[in-house]
Design a protein around this ligand. Structure first.
Ligand code: GLA
Length: 758
């Protein structure tokens, strides 16, 4: 049994083959963490790990002769007051203005399985023996409030999930001013802090720094999304931890709104990591009989470095966070018209693009922004989710049927949470947007945020979407969100509930996602927010894939996809081949390289196929065939290993290996070409050392009128290569990469894709 309670020593041991987590009920009834790390044997005397001693300035929180002080205790859910001077995870303002709280252990239950969270996304189980859940009930007598701490441990993963729930039964209302999901305390400070940071078009760059005494952390305050700036994820790594070795603790918040991941190191070298909803701009009122549930945090322990942590997140999120029929299916290869046409299209152009897509083997046509209301630019139309018949006379229902008749599935872009002033919706309901009375209303991309805290607003948008989806043949929805919330205030909430706006907004978004995804289970949803500003586990619960970034340049994508893979599986990474010169950077990269990078994701095209030359179209056909052959490995089966980081090297390397290690696909890509440089060995990972593999790759040349290194002019084409090697050779000696081939592949930004088969 993975969760054991020792009554005598008042200790809980959550344990599986990989991880142990030990909790102790202290003398004052509060909870202490005694250990979190690699799995250890169980016994009944872990209470000896509890330490206390008299120190100067200790505030003792129990009667003599005990020396228990919260100042030095490693707490499970710390509050401020009565002797702990570090950051709390919970602050509650009571009717008399006091913020002193005292939650004491009352009881606990252990049960098989894992409960879902009301109105919130979370990881799940499909059978009760996949996980066990401990719920510890604590109570504050004076307030009349219960605090339930939830811990679930998976049987087959080094994963513990946590969240908290407050149930208020006191006569007087209380205000939760801080209600974070979890806090974990470590005995020492010998850790690095890892975060995924960025901005539009350069999302999720890994940043690693040494912990120091005091506060450090990351936060999101953008309201409508966790944001492109910081991802709701943090990890603590032992300083010697590398990609494949050493201890790493990951904390991933299943939430899409404001968050805080905060580490405080005390001057006694103790490290407290807290994660949850950001307390800034948050205050949640609980009247008698009301309850509040925090989002879930997914904690992964790895003793095989960052790569080990990532592979756990990938497997768990791919199979026990993502839901629905697309979870275990390879994703359709799509063509999206955005970078091809922007707003400048009509039905004829779209049908032509769809026919061209069909000819090369594309499976899904996605009509992006510009099809609705009076949306001919980004100044108008948001909120009017009915077709612009001037552009598309057949309507979406007619167009979707015509696209299906061509032999493609049809997908559509929407941005359901937003409104333009120039829209019928605004003219009808000018009070439906989020703005603060008497304050200037910031605009962003000429648009405003609809008040999703209001049920009637969500219902109205649901009604429009439901009608559209009901009468059209729609197989895919790209759900975009292109601005942050600036003046959080809802006209529908009283003054003492304005602190609830930002969380209520996210709950409103989740409720609409839940309704649409359950009513239309066959539709594949892809979330998006100005590219990758909403790449978070909360979204993945509803939408199995996320548009990773508006930056579609292949070389930039190496970094963005590498960083994204720290937490998120390849099946979730929306990746397209776009035109050159690239629209974000004006950079030219070979077509072969653009596809090589995009293979490691959901794969699609975002360009006008009709503008490509014949040899390029032939190459696109080959790419699509290649992806069809390999996408199950990439998206539903493979374990992903990062080999060479684009943040540290001119060369990027990675590989995805099937669970049975009989198949793999590896990428080796360089940024700039080097002249007269050294030999290269590309060492693979994750293969079976004793298996004999056949390795295939292609040197794809674009037509050339001149000679390079003795290679004369060419009309272009792919030279196929193949060799046999054992896994141990591929991993320890490596693949010989011939620099001459880089010249043939185009020099700068050249890439190889290796197919490895047992
Ligand atoms: C956002 C998305 C793009 C595209 C545009 C349309 O920027 O990230 O992919 O859909 O909106 O306006």
């Amino acid at each position: 049994m993975p969760i054991i309670f020792h009554d005598k020593s008042k200790t809980f041991h959550l344990k599986n083959e990989y991880v142990s987590y030990i909790i102790h009920i202290m003398e004052n009834g509060q909870l202490e963490n005694l250990y979190y790390g690699k799995s250890v044997h169980d016994h009944g005397e872990f209470d000896r790990l509890h330490e206390e001693c008299l120190r100067s300035q200790s505030s003792i929180c129990v009667p003599d002769p005990s020396l228990l002080s919260m100042h030095y205790a490693r707490q499970e859910y710390p509050v401020y007051g009565t002797g702990d001077f570090r950051s709390p995870v919970c602050t509650i303002r009571q009717a008399d203005g006091s913020r002193i709280v005292d939650f004491r252990y009352v009881s606990h239950t252990v049960s098989g399985g894992k409960p879902s969270l009301p109105g919130l996304p979370s990881t799940y189980v499909e059978a009760d023996d996949e996980a066990q859940t401990l719920v510890i009930r604590l109570h504050d007598d004076l307030m009349g409030t219960d605090l339930y701490l939830y811990y679930s441990i998976y049987r087959d993963y080094p994963v513990i999930t946590r969240h908290a729930q407050f149930v208020h039964a006191g006569e007087e209302g209380i205000i939760l001013e801080r209600a974070m999901s979890a806090s974990v305390e470590f005995l020492d400070m010998d850790y690095d802090f890892l975060q995924l940071s960025g901005a539009w078009a350069r999302e999720r760059y890994p940043k690693r720094r040494r912990l120091e005494m005091g506060l450090q952390g990351i936060q999101g305050l953008a309201g409508t999304a966790a944001g492109a700036e910081q991802n709701p994820f943090a990890a603590l790594l032992r300083p010697d931890a590398t990609e494949e070795s050493g201890e790493v603790y990951g904390f991933s918040l299943v939430y899409s709104g404001n968050f805080l991941a905060n580490v405080e190191v005390s001057t006694f070298d103790m490290t407290r990591l807290s994660i949850g909803i950001n307390p800034e701009n948050f205050a949640w009122k609980l009247e008698k009989g009301e309850s509040f549930t925090t989002p879930e945090v997914v904690m992964v322990y790895s003793d095989s470095g960052l790569g080990g942590m990532s592979r756990t997140y990938h497997r768990l999120y791919r199979s026990r966070l993502v839901r629905g029929m697309w979870r275990d299916k390879a994703r359709p290869i799509l063509l999206n018209n955005w970078e091809g046409t922007y707003f400048d299209f009509n039905e004829e152009i779209i049908l032509k693009m769809a026919k061209e897509a069909k000819e090369v083997g594309v499976e899904l046509f996605v009509l992006d922004d510009g099809w609705f209301g009076k949306r001919n630019d980004d100044r108008r139309g948001l909120g009017d989710w009915f077709c612009n018949l001037e552009k598309i006379p057949s309507g979406i229902d007619g167009l979707s049927r015509k696209v299906e008749a061509i032999g493609l599935k049809f997908g559509l872009w929407v941005e359901l949470e937003m409104i333009n002033e120039d829209s019928d919706l605004y003219r009808e309901h000018p009070d439906w947007l989020i703005e603060a009375p008497g304050r200037y209303r910031c605009h962003a991309r000429h648009q405003y945020v609809l008040d999703y805290t209001r049920k009637e607003v969500v219902d109205y948008i649901y009604g429009m979407m439901s009608e559209l989806l009901g009468k059209s043949k729609i197989s895919y929805i790209k759900w975009d969100m292109n601005r942050y919330m600036t003046e959080p205030f809802s006209a529908a909430l009283p003054a003492d509930r304005q602190g609830e706006v930002m969380h209520r907004y996210i709950l409103g978004v989740y409720s609409l996602y839940e309704r649409l995804t359950s009513e239309y289970p066959g539709i594949l949803f892809e979330s998006c927010a100005s590219g990758g500003a909403r790449f978070d586990p909360g979204m993945l619960y509803y939408a199995p894939q996320t548009w990773c970034s508006d930056d579609s340049d292949a070389n930039e994508r190496l970094k963005i996809q590498y960083g994204t893979s720290i937490v998120y599986p390849l099946s979730s990474i929306g990746s397209h081949v776009s035109a050159v010169p690239n629209h974000q950077l004006m950079r030219r990269t070979p077509l072969h390289t653009r596809a090589a990078v995009a293979y490691f994701g959901t794969f699609g095209y975002e360009l006008v196929l009709g503008k490509l030359k014949d040899y390029e179209l032939a190459e696109v056909k080959r790419q699509i065939d290649f992806m069809k052959e390999h996408r199950a490995l990439i998206q539903t089966d493979g374990d992903f290993y990062r080999i060479s980081s684009p943040f540290e090297h001119n060369e990027t390397g990675w590989i995805t290996v099937s669970q049975d290690r009989k198949q793999a696909l590896a990428l080796y890509a360089q940024t700039l070409n080097k002249v007269n440089a050294s030999w290269i060995r590309f060492k693979l990972k994750g293969l079976d050392p004793d298996t004999r593999y056949r390795v295939r790759y292609e040197v794809v040349e674009e037509p050339r009128e001149y000679s390079v290194f003795g290679f004369g002019p060419t009309e272009g084409g792919a030279e196929k290569r193949e060799f046999i090697a054992y896994g141990d050779e591929l991993m320890n000696i490596g693949i010989v990469v011939d620099r001459i081939d880089f010249y043939r592949l185009g020099g700068d930004f050249a890439a190889f894709v290796y197919e490895i088969m047992a």
